[in-house]
Design a protein around this ligand. Structure first.
Ligand SMILES: *Cc1c(COP(=O)(O)O)cnc(C)c1O
Length: 153
């Protein structure tokens, strides 16, 4: 018998300690706090272990990886797309991941339209939640995120 906890048990134990830290930190505020577990680059077995321990919201940053995991893992997972999103990936993202729950961040009208086109093409029944990123300070954008219709608000 091994005394080293299996990865699955470790993930469950870590999740519970994070949730209890969030609970005590947020209790004075009486506002619900949601933990989004960033699962990019982690294998599906690790995500399944967190799922088995009760976690449902997961964040991914690469479309191919997300689409693959979404089809292999339980369909009541609520996937979040986090970080920079290129316009040319928006339609496929919304179309290929039926349980995509939220896209963080949408920073152009063009991306919003392309996400909408993907939700229609994918026959989604539920609206897609999005966080809208607004550049309020006139900051220059990072080259990676460069797009041709930045901030057409
Ligand atoms: C990967 C990622 C995170 C979390 O990064 P860690 O490596 O877990 O600290 C947060 N936000 C975005 C946009 C990411 O892509």
């Amino acid at each position: 018998m091994s005394t080293i906890p299996r990865t699955q048990d470790r993930i469950g134990a870590n999740l519970h300690s994070i949730l209890s830290a969030i609970k005590s930190a947020s209790s004075p505020y009486q506002r619900p706090v949601r933990l989004v577990a960033v699962s990019k680059l982690f294998p599906p077995e690790d995500i399944q272990a967190a799922y088995d321990a009760g976690q449902r919201h997961f964040g991914e940053n690469y479309i191919q990886e997300l689409a693959g995991k979404a089809s292999a893992l339980p369909n009541d997972i609520k996937w979040h797309f986090i970080g920079a999103l290129q316009s040319n990936k928006c339609k496929a993202l919304a179309e290929k991941v039926p349980n995509l729950w939220c896209v963080e961040t949408v920073d152009s009208r063009k991306k919003a339209h392309l996400l909408e086109a993907g939700t229609v093409a994918g026959g989604r029944e539920e609206s897609l939640r999005v966080f809208i990123q607004v550049n309020t300070s006139g900051e220059e954008r990072m080259p990676l995120e460069y797009d041709d219709d930045v901030n057409p608000v």
